[in-house]
Unconditional design. Sequence first.
Length: 256
Amino acid sequence: MQSLGWRHKRKTPIALIATGVILLSVICAYYTYATIARHQLAPLHFVGATDQAFPLTNTKFSFQPVSISVLDWPEPRWAGIYEQDEKRIWEEVASLDDAKNPASTGSLPYPISIEIPSIGLNSTVKALGIVNYGESRGWETPSDVIGHIPTTANPGEEGIGYFFGHLHTPIKGEGSVFLSLTLIPDLLRQGNVLHVVVTNELERDFLYRITGTSVIHEDEFRLEKSQSSEIVLVACVPKYVYDHRFMVHATLIGSR
């Protein structure tokens, strides 16, 4: 009996040491992965031409249906890609009128959907609420939808509207509505003209042109202001670390 007790006492520290070694290995592997993943974020940053002018006169843009990809058009002003009709072309999209657009903050309806035809993104938009996280309060995280911070600009308004979504959520299971968002920097580098369509509660559509992308640490993220009408799409990166914010920036160029 004493022999068995001695053997049991001998195995206990060995098991504890083995467990500690395994945990230390996992931690080291995670930090190694996190370091490598952070260094791979650089390609997600793309700054477009700052001197690029967008038409602001009260004109119309019209297009004839063609059987080619949106990305093959030289300067598309509007494109709607849908599951049942990938060739549908929207016509008579009015560009900005300096006398009417952008509207003052808080004067237009909330957004209900966002579409980026070039990457096949089409999602419902939900206004995010404030939740209690224990010692602090903050905006809720969107689940399987794009979340809009309701205190920021609505589509067509002066200011910046902030929209949040997940690239992937393997643990929480809150969807991956922005999974294809990371395709945008490379598409911009290739010279493609990319657009975002934001629809509001009155089913009015606003056309934004993507001007660039950026990546910052979560501690540097702030809700900025602007005198023009813009939107920023935000997702957490890199995968399994999520301590940086990948942002897609777009400027309003028209509405319908």
